[in-house]
Design a binder for this molecule. Sequence first.
Ligand code: GSH
Length: 235
Amino acid sequence: MITLFGFGPAFDLPDPSPFVMKTEIQLKMAGIAYRFERAAPQAAPKGKIPFIQVGAHRVGDSTFIRAHVEKHHNFDFDKGLSTAERAQAWAIERMLEDHLYFAIVNFRWLDDENWLKGPSHFFDGAPEAVANEARERVRATQMGHGLGRHSHDEIMELADRSLTALSIILSDKPYVMGEEPTGVDATAAAMAAAALTPFFTGELRRRAERHTNLIAYRDRMFAQYYPGFAKQKAA
Ligand SMILES: N[C@@H](CCC(=O)N[C@@H](CS)C(=O)NCC(=O)O)C(=O)O
């Protein structure tokens, strides 16, 4: 049995990490039974969440977890896609994970109001210095990535381009690549949910909410893969 290590529900989401939601959705897509356990990044093989454990074997990083499922459970997340479509799906995934994600982190951690409401509470009970150090590490990572070097307005402009690109690519299709869900939908739904969560306030969420097809897509994907969570939110 696979154990998936994540953070657990927060920020009105099944998990604050879009990578955990991605992996959880992919395990559900593949019909694989798993247990969920909470863990801190320090416990992860690559220092980042999610990771999985199967017996004594641990796999870190959502993309390598997907590769593990494809190899060991003989499941093709992109079944029915041509080679060119698989390449497009990979490019979309990279845009969301290596670009939009960093704008979401910036919005949550470096905006004072969102920080106080959200990520600062990861450190409840710890000395304030621990929370401040973690926030400074995120600031340094943002600088290393490059996104954090831009002004707030420039970051929002760049985030908007990725949100708009996803919205245009999705168009009025039920799923990113067409009529059936494929691997990239796990990332796209997770990132859309992370950007749209009503928990945080500000420009990024406002810009995401302009794309009504992304809201409908998030709702559709959650009804399918997180039915309990979707119902609870609707109640
Ligand atoms: N490429 C990784 C990214 C995972 C990632 O960035 N996880 C974040 C949470 S969303 C994390 O664990 N951050 C803790 C840290 O960097 O210390 C994946 O696809 O799993």
